[in-house]
Design a protein around this ligand. Structure first.
Ligand code: SF4
Length: 63
């Protein structure tokens, strides 16, 4: 099972990922996206979130 990771140093809090996959990503107190459930959506939906992030802060974790 592939897992997405968010690079907090790159994330600028646009929350596009949360809009696309709200069961996978959530915004924390610093307005950065964190992965709350890597299995909260199917792989294609997560890929859409990766593609939708304006600053490419999300990637697949190395297995
Ligand atoms: S879409 Fe990208 S920049 Fe926006 S909150 Fe998600 S990871 Fe951060």
């Amino acid at each position: 099972m592939k897992k997405p990771v968010v690079d907090r140093n790159i994330c600028e809090g646009y929350a596009v990922c949360v809009g696309i996959a709200p069961d996978v990503f959530e915004m924390d107190k610093e307005n950065k996206s964190v992965v709350k459930n890597p299995q909260g959506a199917d792989e294609q939906t997560i890929q859409d979130a990766i593609n939708g992030c304006p600053v490419q802060a999300i990637s697949w974790a190395k297995e």
